[in-house]
Design a protein around this ligand. Structure first.
Ligand code: 5RP
Length: 226
């Protein structure tokens, strides 16, 4: 599993060209992207500035010495490299396993190209069949959101950490929502979730990924374009 993530994360970093503004996703696969970008900066003089999608990634990128910029300092992003919890044949994704879905979606939305880095286990026929859908909610509205999500056929569960609700970088909480049988119409579900007052963002990423890099155990990666 780690070898697959490493192959994908590093292969995607090799697609970055000098002068680019690079969205830096969140998670254990992107860790290897950060590592490879840092190598390229040191070895080739690659010149990039990264826009991190989480405090965790910001800390790691700083540790690797990758120059960073905020969203206020960039008009657009050339390429974003990020992981996924599931991706289907139409490059629709579930994200948010690390709780960074809001910032990841904002950064993806202003990126000319999004490269998704995964191991083969993340590629699915139907979203929601191997991973529950993270939905970020305002704590005040959580009970209302849970009721509305149940009405949509979902089974929400409050994500916890150390016995208390997990708190996102945006001081919100996460509901991990199981949809029995999977998610039949992801765009419709995304719209329905967006209409619930108190929902900050859902982990459904529709039309946001352009390139899929799937790593394998022997250090190679397959690249698919949408
Ligand atoms: C974080 C995410 C991650 O990209 C997703 O959870 C995949 O993580 P990993 O690369 O560790 O498997 O969406 O919010």
């Amino acid at each position: 599993m780690t070898a697959q993530k490493k192959s994908a994360g590093r292969a995607a970093a090799d697609l970055v060209t000098t002068g680019q503004t690079v969205g830096l996703g969140t998670g254990s696969t992107v860790f290897f992207t950060l590592e490879r970008l840092a190598e390229r900066i040191a070895e080739e003089g690659l010149s990039v500035r990264g826009v991190p999608t989480s405090i965790d990634t910001e800390t790691k990128a700083k540790g690797f010495g990758i120059p960073l910029a905020t969203l206020g300092e960039v008009d657009s992003i050339d390429v974003t490299i990020d992981g996924a919890d599931e991706i289907d044949g139409a490059f629709q994704m579930i994200k948010g396993g690390g709780g960074a879905l809001l910032r990841e979606k904002v950064v993806a939305s202003i990126s000319s190209q999004v490269i998704t880095v995964v191991g083969p286990d993340k590629v699915v026929a139907t979203l929601g069949t191997t991973f529950d859908l993270p939905v970020e909610v305002v704590p005040f509205a959580r009970a209302v959101c849970e009721r509305r999500i149940r009405a949509l056929g979902g089974e929400p569960r409050v994500r916890e950490k150390d016995g208390a609700p997990f708190v996102t970088d945006n001081s919100a909480q996460i509901l991990d929502v199981h949809f029995p049988g999977g998610i039949a119409d992801a765009p419709a579900l995304e719209r329905a979730l967006d209409e619930i007052p108190g929902v900050v963002e859902s982990g459904l990423f529709i039309g946001l990924s352009h390139v899929l890099v799937i790593g394998n155990d022997s250090g190679e990666a397959e690249t698919r374009r949408k």
